[in-house]
Design a protein around this ligand. Structure first.
Ligand SMILES: O=P(O)(O)O[C@H]1O[C@H](CO)[C@@H](O)[C@H]1O
Ligand SMILES: O=c1cc[nH]c(=O)[nH]1
Length: 353
């Protein structure tokens, strides 16, 4: 008996509701048979190849770690979840869309917004933070959508993603799509423009993510799903006042010097040096700068997960460094990636044309 209920992304709302009913029946069975289920994971835990095509054929969530196979229990420490303490297939088995963003408040607002957008019943005012037992990340589940904060920078995103991908794997999720909905500095774009990432590049403008492992550098591709990016761009044309482009996104390890800002506590370069760097980035297609896209793209790509990065620009970096946009305008800007992702989700669920 598997609790992984087939889910048709392009199906309609009633299919999803039926799946909810089946899932809760399955969960009751799970509670009786959890020991049997422990041995039935359909996931290739011990996949060790390096070629992405080794993993992409089945649309399951692949964990590339053979050691997990022999662990009796997996504690997802920073999410305050675990395989023995929580019935992960019951709690998360129906997840199809995962939206991540830096701020805990933004991801709570997104959960409330998507609840309304999906036309679900119930009061969302007191929505529960699934990770409330830890103050590292916040997580909300709304039907087939999971909304999670990741904090700022690559290490924070990376820790969250390790545990999120294991969570999706333990929960036996299938056909999951991940979106990063964030903010960024624009390069040659009007503030408020949404950039859908074509390629995530590092500070050397290379489409790769470098991780130091046992004192050696491992390089991973930051390829994102081109079809998904085009689908998002097409959704943007259906939403009024939502300027969007597809462009490359530079991911840095710092907000100030690392992004060529002249206004940090330290600055070792001139205005001319800054502009030369930003123009060099612009010439290779960079249209925005943020701080997590490379590790997000690399980890999703390696694990065979479809992913997209959608960040609104808060300023045009050719024109300045300080973010002085009024608070209400900033809030409206931050909602733009959410509107876009919501539209795509509703289309995929068959709720709108
Ligand atoms: O708005 P979020 O998602 O936090 O993303 C951007 O904003 C933060 C810097 O202000 C960095 O995390 C950067 O990537
Ligand atoms: O300039 C900016 C704005 C938001 N986030 C960034 O990382 N950089």
């Amino acid at each position: 008996m598997s609790v992984c209920i087939p889910f048709t992304c392009r199906g309609n709302r009633s299919i999803w509701r039926n799946n909810q009913r089946e899932l809760s029946t399955a969960n009751r069975i799970y509670q009786k048979e959890s020991s049997v289920l422990q041995t039935m994971a359909p996931i290739l835990l011990n996949a060790t190849g390096t070629d992405h095509s080794d993993y992409i054929e089945q649309e399951e969530v692949h964990v590339k770690n053979p050691h997990l196979d022999s662990m009796e229990e997996d504690i997802l420490y920073h999410l305050d979840l675990g395989t023995k303490t929580h019935n992960l297939p019951a709690m998360f088995g129906d997840i199809k869309f995962v939206c991540v963003g830096g701020s805990a408040n933004r991801m709570k607002s997104f959960a409330q917004f998507i609840h309304q957008e999906l036309g679900l019943s119930g009061d969302m005012a007191g929505i529960r933070d699934i990770c409330a037992g830890t103050d590292r990340y916040s997580m909300y589940k709304v039907g087939p959508v999971l909304s999670i904060s990741h904090g700022m920078g690559v290490p924070s995103m990376s820790i969250m993603l390790h545990e999120l991908i294991k969570l999706l794997h333990h929960a036996r999720c299938r056909d999951v799509i991940l979106f990063r909905i964030g903010t960024s500095g624009g390069v040659g774009l009007a503030p408020g423009t949404v950039v859908i990432t074509n390629q995530a590049v590092d500070s050397f403008l290379q489409p790769q993510f470098e991780q130091v492992v046992l004192g050696k550098v491992i390089v991973r591709s930051t390829e994102l799903d081109k079809g998904l990016a085009e689908e998002l761009l097409s959704c943007s044309t259906e939403i009024p006042n939502l300027p969007a482009v597809i462009g490359n996104t530079m991911c840095t390890h710092d907000f100030y010097e690392g992004q060529g800002r002249l206004d940090g506590a330290l600055c070792s370069f001139s205005t001319e040096d800054k502009l030369e760097y930003l123009h060099k980035a612009y010439d290779v297609g960079v249209r925005n700068i943020e701080m997590e896209s490379t590790v997000f793209a690399a980890m999703c790509h390696t694990c065979g997960l479809k992913a997209a990065v959608i960040c609104v620009t808060l300023l045009n970096r050719f024109e300045g460094d300080q973010i002085n946009t009024p608070h209400e305008v900033m809030l409206e800007y931050q909602q733009r990636p959410q509107f876009l992702v919501s539209r795509l989700i509703r289309k995929r669920l068959g709720l709108i044309q």
